[in-house]
Design a protein around this ligand. Sequence first.
Ligand SMILES: *[C@@H]1O[C@H](CO)[C@@H](O)[C@H](O)[C@H]1NC(C)=O
Ligand SMILES: *[C@@H]1O[C@H](CO)[C@@H](O)[C@H](O)[C@H]1NC(C)=O
Ligand SMILES: *[C@@H]1O[C@H](CO)[C@@H](O)[C@H](O)[C@H]1NC(C)=O
Ligand SMILES: *[C@@H]1O[C@H](CO)[C@@H](O)[C@H](O)[C@H]1NC(C)=O
Ligand SMILES: *[C@@H]1O[C@H](CO)[C@@H](O)[C@H](O)[C@H]1NC(C)=O
Ligand SMILES: *[C@@H]1O[C@H](CO)[C@@H](O)[C@H](O)[C@H]1NC(C)=O
Ligand SMILES: *[C@@H]1O[C@H](CO)[C@@H](O)[C@H](O)[C@H]1NC(C)=O
Length: 322
Amino acid sequence: MRHIKHSSMWVGLVIMLPLFWEGVTCQVVPGYSIDVPPSVPVQEGLCVTIPCNFTADYRITFKNSFGYWMREALKSHYIIATNNKSNPVRKTNFNLTGNPDTGDCSLTITNARKEDAGTYYFRFVESKTSAVKYSFNSMKTTITVIDLTEEPVISDPGTVIAGINKTLTCTPPGNCSATSLVIQWRKSNVAGVWENSSTVTFTPSLNDHQENITCQTTNSRGMTTQKTILLDVCYFPSFTDKEDTNVCTVRVVDSIFIIGIVIGNIAAFILINVASYFCLKRHMEKRQLGNASPDSKTQDMESTYQELTEQKTDIYYSLKAR
Ligand SMILES: *[C@@H]1O[C@H](CO)[C@@H](O)[C@H](O)[C@H]1NC(C)=O
Ligand SMILES: *[C@@H]1O[C@H](CO)[C@@H](O)[C@H](O)[C@H]1NC(C)=O
Ligand SMILES: *[C@@H]1O[C@H](CO)[C@@H](O)[C@H](O)[C@H]1NC(C)=O
Ligand SMILES: *[C@@H]1O[C@H](CO)[C@@H](O)[C@H](O)[C@H]1NC(C)=O
Ligand SMILES: *[C@@H]1O[C@H](CO)[C@@H](O)[C@H](O)[C@H]1NC(C)=O
Ligand SMILES: *[C@@H]1O[C@H](CO)[C@@H](O)[C@H](O)[C@H]1NC(C)=O
Ligand SMILES: *[C@@H]1O[C@H](CO)[C@@H](O)[C@H](O)[C@H]1NC(C)=O
């Protein structure tokens, strides 16, 4: 009894060992190994790049080699992506984006569909005549296609100033360069679809203050995700305006405006200095002539200063009006 138990344990170990060994090293034939995640989830309509690298014949550099991503099907395994241009692969949303010549077998899926869910593995062929050919089918990758939940991203609107055009960009989720998602914008004070593209340019008005802007992405099965931002529109008051709600403060104003103010101030500073120089010069001349009363001198200086202050204010307001 004890003996039987003992031997069955040994049989178990003998069976289990190669499995463990295989699982840990992912290497069945010496010199051949692959690193690829065993399972990858992708949201329906989005993209994913499955990182993958391999070693064949103890090497990771080859020349004009071929890589194939195979799909495991019930009856046969078939190619879903390859860099062998002469191989007829029906147009799919799978792409071997890694270069097998550098041991890179990365696979990219764009616009994932429910029917893409399945089990896949990589096959390497160094060349037609080379003996270095291998199917890494002991290390498969299972792709699962899950519901679309990730939200798109709306670019930071920064300061929104009434009357000054603003462009907003909506980036669909999933970091896809090519996406089949439909992008639509909505604005709470506009009925229906506001814009049918990834960017929208508009002239904000005070009526847009505290309105919602929403970017919505829709996949081929009509699933949607969206992102909403609240518009905060400020304005530059005219001289007659007495209320001061939503007045754009210098603190939040676009850097261009700040630069404008800085340049304006520098110009005014130079003007004041140049004027002071002439003022001083005139003052000295008058003093040398000795025919000016102290009172009129002060008046002279003051009126020049007054003029300059006015000038500076003009520059400021002409900048503000822009
Ligand atoms: C994959 O690349 C990593 C990092 O370069 C390396 O450590 C690993 O050994 C590679 N795997 C295979 C199977 O070549
Ligand atoms: C590339 O594809 C063609 C067409 O299927 C095939 O005849 C050829 O053997 C392939 N080349 C390699 C190196 O597998
Ligand atoms: C696959 O990816 C390669 C490399 O990024 C690119 O040159 C090629 O056009 C892509 N093919 C498809 C069908 O997307
Ligand atoms: C987005 O994809 C590019 C290449 O297409 C990659 O360089 C970048 O790291 C990715 N960004 C994120 C956040 O995944
Ligand atoms: C956006 O597309 C929808 C459907 O194609 C259309 O009904 C709507 O008029 C379009 N709206 C704009 C602003 O282009
Ligand atoms: C501001 O945006 C509107 C709407 O897109 C456009 O018609 C107008 O030409 C733009 N104005 C400037 C100055 O860019
Ligand atoms: C903006 O959206 C929030 C919730 O996202 C909602 O409570 C609010 O009523 C909306 N405002 C307008 C003007 O539609």
